[in-house]
Write a protein of this length. Structure first.
Length: 194
């Protein structure tokens, strides 16, 4: 399928605006998406959903992202992931998550304007909360629980919003529709206007 591509095949950097008010918390690079192209959510079906939504709501210059040199500009949003490398069988291990954790901790500390966080999937959601706990930012009890388009106000004055991951497993089965996905971005926009 991608036999003529030279794969990036190394850890992916996050992308976006360092002054962003919206943080997108993904899971991991897709084996034939970001792992191939060298940019988060670029060149795969999940990324098609992500960039369409980002463009629709004014965060991206284009609804399409196929390679890292396509001129994509991300405005007021920053995309990161729980993992920087594609995990075997698309299933991250605890040790892989721990290996990438320090990058996320540094990003959270540097991204001082974030007001809303959209976390894709339970792993993205839990990884973000775990990072906040390590940084002594989130200590609320009871702990926030993942759910699609559920929002939680956090003690660092941000709102965490859960979203089903736009993986083909969710989008092709109808568990996640484009309207449901867009609703998450509408919720996030509402947080930015507060």
């Amino acid at each position: 399928m991608y036999m003529d591509w030279d794969y990036w095949g190394k850890p992916l950097p996050s992308i976006g605006d360092p002054e962003a008010q919206l943080l997108i918390m993904g899971l991991a690079p897709a084996a034939h998406g970001g792992n191939r192209t060298g940019r988060m959510f670029t060149g795969d079906k999940s990324g098609d959903w992500v960039f369409r939504a980002l463009h629709k709501f004014g965060f991206a210059s284009s609804p399409d992202s196929h390679h890292r040199n396509d001129g994509m500009i991300i405005k007021n949003a920053y995309i990161t992931g729980a993992l920087r490398c594609a995990p075997p069988q698309n299933k991250p291990t605890i040790s892989e998550l721990a290996n990438c954790q320090n990058y996320l901790l540094q990003e959270i500390q540097l991204l001082s304007n974030v007001k809303a966080v959209i976390a894709f999937g339970k792993i993205g959601f839990d990884t973000y909360l775990r990072a906040l706990k390590i940084l002594d930012i989130y200590t609320e009890k009871p702990r926030a629980k993942f759910g699609h388009n559920l929002e939680y106000g956090l003690s660092n004055e941000t709102t965490l919003i859960g979203s089903y991951h736009p993986s083909q497993q969710n989008t092709q089965t109808g568990r996640l529709t484009e309207d449901m996905f867009n609703d998450v971005f509408r919720t996030a926009l509402g947080c930015l206007d507060r």
